[in-house]
Design a protein around this ligand. Structure first.
Ligand code: NOJ
Length: 667
């Protein structure tokens, strides 16, 4: 590990200004000089600007806050101190999409104090990386004791030029489960981050935040022209953030790349989180899992007690047998507990039990049976967003799992508001999700959130934060008009920049013959295989029904594909059109490739230069069978093998809404 911290004297460019109201301009460049931040007080108000090479990305933009009673914390400042430092470290992800991550940046901390009134102090910390920039606000303890109410954040991102933004709306009933649309920045309303933009001059930009703790999530709103402004998600009473004495905002981040595919291999969000606080939580190792799950979504089973109930002891044993027979070790069983009714999702403070099993389900017996067969259950808590009920039972619920030797819990939060009152993304929700994560760690539980807040890189600090939904997943294909084919080619460049997603891929019967009429997956089965590579998550579901896997040769790919990687590279891709990703297994010498396309069929030539140049590999190729696309024979997968070397070019044909998955087995 290379670690270097240097405190430099004020290494700043001093620009003399004719206007007396501007102070010195302080400049911070990234280690290789790719990105630069300029900071200056203009009329005693902090302003920052960002450039990439010769391109101005963010023109001078506002900073600061408005507090209660309209008290301004964005002007009237003087600079008390400026401190520069540099940092370079390579750290190891205990599981992840890449093992070794370099965290290299230059930092500038500006200490400000207001000249009059309450003489409040505010510190702004800037970091310049070669793959982007970040800044955050630290409001230190002041001389007088205080309760702080942030009513608004003044930060703006004054984009120099317009661009195509890939957006989903903020503060809506279905949280972040919307289809991404593209529109000029200048026409956006309030949108969620990550917000990815293809700028007119050709840069790929992504706005997000990192290390969000005890603060409100940042959404972005277009205020004028191409200017975006931070719009913090409020509490029900309109206050944005309430804290005692001091606060540290999340990092406001802007990843900057020359092409969209490079955004995917930027680890800036993780780098801005604190190192692992859990040492090595040995109770979690990446895995793949089956579930009594898809059956409920397609209407074969019910979540609630009925003749069609999915979670019965009998079904559980059958699924355990299947899991064990196919050589897997994890099984999710939803609807195992008391409290489910046909109207459970209508969010009227629904009461679930987190300790009592449904009449037809014997939790202890099922766990015992699983143990005999080497299959561990994944715990499941649907809160229905009734957190008053959940938090009363959470300790008992977690203790039960610990006693039974269960090491993962999926926690759902269906409902448009938490406790029918607060947005998931507000400070209340942010604190709730952090509280549960830390509590889970006390019970040796890894957490899989559904209907959660966005990921801001928590997994670095708490590696029991394994995955989350936080976007439209596979389930929409079961009971809605579904996800159009371009959805899967957009999310790697948007939602997935924030962290792992539990998309629940692996539907082989893409026409969902046992499901609701007219509902189906809008893609091919080969594309479903490729998703195990294009979507990163340390746990991946094999979402289909056992009967749809039974005897299918393509199941071999699901057996082989790992969920823990040494390295990741994105070979090609255009947002909303196609993407090809390759990943190297952390526990073998093998590489895996996933390539997917939107509704358009595509031929791609893949140089295999990522392979070890001294070796030969057997490429095991799972491709769309000839003539296959979304509507023609979509479940047909053609499996072929050929010997390849790093000097070869592999030619792929993807049918419309199709894909190819490849295992490169080192010989
Ligand atoms: C929505 C979740 O995304 C899904 O995975 C789960 O099955 C249902 N809620 C029920 O909790």
């Amino acid at each position: 590990m290379l670690k270097r911290i240097l405190f430099l004297p004020l290494l700043v460019a001093i620009i003399c200004n004719a206007q007396s109201k501007k102070t010195k301009s302080y400049e911070l460049a990234s280690p290789e000089g790719k990105n630069k931040i300029q900071f200056q007080l203009v009329d005693n108000a902090p302003k920052y600007a960002v450039s990439h090479g010769k391109t101005e990305v963010i023109s001078p933009s506002d900073m600061g806050f408005v507090l209660k009673n309209n008290e301004d914390l964005s002007s009237g400042f003087e600079i008390k101190k400026v401190e520069n430092s540099t940092f370079d470290e390579t750290w190891e992800q205990i599981w992840g999409e890449k093992k070794q991550i370099r965290n290299r940046y230059n930092q500038m901390v500006i200490e400000l104090q207001q000249r009059s009134g309450n003489k409040r102090k505010l510190e702004i910390q800037f970091r310049a990386y070669d793959d982007g920039i970040a800044f955050r606000y630290v409001y230190p303890k002041q001389e007088t004791k205080d309760s702080i109410f942030i009513m608004d954040e003044k930060t703006t991102f004054n984009l120099k030029e317009d661009g195509k933004a890939w957006w989903i709306p903020a503060n809506r009933e279905n949280r972040d489960e919307y289809l991404f649309k593209d529109a000029p920045v200048s026409t956006l309303d309030t949108v969620l981050t990550p917000l990815t933009i293809e700028s007119k001059s050709g840069l790929a930009l992504s706005f997000h935040e990192a290390n969000l703790v005890d603060f409100a999530s940042m959404t972005l709103v277009n205020t004028t022209g191409t200017q975006l402004k931070s719009d913090l998600v409020p509490w029900a009473d309109g206050v944005k953030v309430r804290v005692k004495d001091s606060f540290t905002s999340s990092w406001r981040t802007l990843q900057i790349a020359e092409k969209p595919t490079d955004l995917i291999t930027s680890y800036l969000i993780l780098n801005l989180n604190e190192p692992n606080k859990l040492a090595n939580p040995t109770y979690f190792k990446p895995y793949k899992y089956f579930g009594i799950w898809w059956g409920m979504h397609i209407g074969k089973f019910t979540f609630w007690e009925s003749k069609k109930q999915g979670a019965t002891t009998e079904h559980a044993k059958q699924y355990i047998d299947f899991t064990a027979k196919e050589g897997f070790h994890h099984l999710l069983i939803e609807g195992w507990n008391k409290g489910w009714t046909p109207k459970w999702y209508e969010n009227h403070m629904h009461m679930f039990s987190f300790t009592k099993s449904a009449d037809n389900f014997d939790l202890e017996k099922v766990v015992e049976y699983g143990k005999e067969k080497g299959v561990e259950l994944i715990g499941y808590h649907e809160t229905g967003s009734n957190l008053i009920n959940y938090l009363k039972e959470i300790d008992e619920g977690f203790a039960l799992y610990k006693k039974l030797g269960i090491h993962t819990v999926k926690i759902g939060h269906v409902g448009s508001k938490l406790n029918m009152k607060e947005w998931h993304f507000g400070q209340f929700g942010v604190n709730y999700f952090r509280y549960v994560l830390e509590k889970a760690a006390q019970y040796d539980l890894a957490v899989l959130y559904h209907e959660s807040i966005k990921d801001t890189g928590e997994r670095r600090t708490f590696p029991n934060m394994i995955s989350r939904e936080a976007a439209r997943g596979q389930e929409y294909n079961a009971w809605s008009e579904g996800n159009p084919p371009n959805h899967l080619t957009i999310i790697p460049f948007t939602r997935l920049l924030s962290g792992p997603m539990d998309f629940t891929p692996g539907i082989f019967d893409v026409e969902v013959k046992q499901g609701y009429a007219g509902r189906r997956v809008h893609g091919t089965a080969a594309q479903q295989l490729a998703l195990y590579i294009t979507i990163y998550s340390p746990i991946q579901m094999m979402a289909d029904l056992p009967e749809n896997y039974e005897g299918k040769p393509a199941l071999q790919f699901l057996k082989d594909v790992p969920t823990d990687w040494e390295d990741t590279k994105v070979i090609n891709g255009e947002i909303g059109q196609y993407i090809t990703t390759v990943r190297k297994d952390r526990n073998s010498a093998d590489w895996y490739l996933g390539s997917i396309t939107n509704e358009k069929a595509r031929d791609l030539a893949i140089p295999l230069t990522f392979l070890d140049s001294n070796a030969t590999y057997e490429a095991q190729i799972y491709a769309d069978a000839e003539g296959t696309d979304e509507t023609h024979n979509p479940s047909a997968i053609m499996i072929s093998r050929k010997m390849v070397k790093a000097t070869d070019i592999l030619r792929l044909h993807l049918g419309g809404a199709g894909g190819t998955a490849v295992r490169f087995k080192k010989i």
